[in-house]
Write a protein that binds this ligand. Structure first.
Ligand SMILES: N[C@@H](CCC(=O)N[C@@H](CS)C(=O)NCC(=O)O)C(=O)O
Length: 204
């Protein structure tokens, strides 16, 4: 059995989407970030960085327990465990990895930085604008790409789509102007939103 410790942020959603889409049974343990539940001694024993998500697979490789933080590591772990959502063709992997990294290491962290600036006591508008422009630029590139292809890395849904969707859904909810007016991105977003596993994953 798998335990997932998460909240409804983009990183939390990414991990939960992975479990739902890969069809792995798990128990969700909601973590209240405002109350600081990610900083308790019990939680820090799982992730010394004091951040969600954390996944504990009590039946990992060799029957051993695996404790894993980092939403994209969890995403890849689930894909490998289930044998789903990774291209089998080695020639298709580079495009998938490039798409995955843009979603996981460009979009989500820049949104995290923007959120931190906007939440600070004295939000610095020019800095916020730099992050907004950068995010808009990433989404514009995705919009151009979705004019030519259905999914992040070609015709098939992959882990890259799950990672991008986690960031997209969160940003659409919190700062819709960053994704509005991009019709191909919106079409892809609707396709992903319609997936039952995604709908289950977003209900925190
Ligand atoms: N790179 C990590 C980032 C994890 C992260 O930033 N978690 C945030 C929520 S999205 C968190 O737990 N924040 C609370 C805190 O830092 O105290 C991942 O992909 O999982």
């Amino acid at each position: 059995m798998i335990d997932l410790y998460a909240a409804g942020t983009s990183n939390g959603m990414r991990a939960r989407i992975a479990l739902e889409e890969c069809g792995l049974a798990y128990t969700l343990h909601p973590v209240n970030l405002q109350k600081g539940e990610q900083k308790t001694a019990e939680f820090l024993a799982m992730n010394p960085n004091g951040q969600i998500p954390v996944m504990v697979d009590n039946d990992g490789p060799g029957g051993k327990k695996v404790t894993l933080s980092q939403s994209t590591a969890i995403l890849l772990y689930c894909a490998e465990k289930s044998g789903k959502f990774m291209p089998n063709d080695p020639a298709a992997r580079p495009a998938m990895l490039q798409a995955l990294m843009n979603a996981s290491t460009d979009i989500t962290p820049v949104f995290g930085a923007l959120f931190a600036v906007l939440q600070s006591k004295e939000p610095h508008a020019p800095t916020a604008q730099i992050f907004k422009d950068r995010l808009r630029g990433f989404f514009k590139v995705w919009d151009d790409r979705f004019a030519k292809q259905k999914c992040c890395a070609g015709d098939d849904v992959s882990v890259a789509d799950f990672s991008l969707y986690a960031g997209y859904a969160r940003i659409k909810g919190a700062a819709a102007d960053l994704v509005d007016g991009l019709p191909n991105l919106a079409r892809w977003g609707e396709m992903m939103t319609a997936r039952p596993a995604i709908q289950r994953a977003l209900k925190f």
